[in-house]
Design a protein around this ligand. Structure first.
Ligand SMILES: [Zn+2]
Length: 207
């Protein structure tokens, strides 16, 4: 939100500079004053620098929410951690879903800044199966499973393993690439997860 406000304030400042020139553009001797290109230009440039990343993030959040909603089977929201939030963040998790006191999860999730960046990169290149892409897609799947009402981590993790292929497809991967991503997570990342996230009877993903 800080970005949006910086952008709006700078647009207003650009307009103020422009309007001030317009109402007073002829001096007392009848000479035309030049348009304040520099002042207006600086404010417009800062506004674009703030608003473009803001709108890109909104678009990414919408895309991630639509994929996650499909996996959950109900409409959910995805929020990508903003710069200011990442600064004060101390948690270890890559994503987060809040559960109410009644054990019912909220239908919205927070995805950490780095994983959102990796997801943005993944949706542009879903054929690139890097560890960062795999972990970021899985983070979204994992939080989607939480939002569907599962709180136990081992159970959530195993269900997420089963849904990574679907999530990758929803984010634009081909059937083969989606399967490769799911297999990568199951074979390379899952075995290294903390004990509380694993279960011996998780069926996993076949090649
Ligand atoms: Zn979890």
């Amino acid at each position: 939100m800080i970005l949006a406000w910086v952008g709006i304030v700078c647009l207003v400042a650009a307009a103020v500079v422009g309007v001030r020139w317009f109402v007073d553009r002829v001096d007392s001797l009848g000479r035309r004053k030049p348009f304040p290109w520099f002042g207006v230009g600086v404010f417009v440039a800062i506004a674009l620098g703030a608003l473009v990343p803001f709108f890109l993030r909104l678009r990414l959040e919408e895309q991630l929410a639509s994929a996650a909603s499909e996996v959950v089977g109900a409409p959910v929201e995805v929020h990508c951690q903003a710069f200011g939030e990442a600064f004060v963040d101390v948690g270890q998790e890559l994503g987060y879903v809040r559960f109410g006191p009644d054990g019912v999860p909220e239908r919205k999730t927070l995805i950490k800044r780095q994983q959102c960046r990796d997801l943005a990169s993944y949706v542009r290149n879903p054929d690139e199966i890097t560890r960062e892409h795999v972990v970021a897609v899985h983070t979204l799947t994992h939080e989607a499973i939480h939002m569907s009402g599962v709180s136990n981590e081992a159970e959530t993790e195993c269900l997420a393993v089963q849904h990574n292929e679907q999530m990758a497809r929803l984010l634009g991967a081909s059937p083969e690439d989606a399967r490769r991503l799911a297999v990568y997570y199951w074979e390379q990342v899952y075995p290294r997860m903390p004990e509380s996230y694993r279960s011996d009877d998780c069926p996993g993903v076949a090649r």
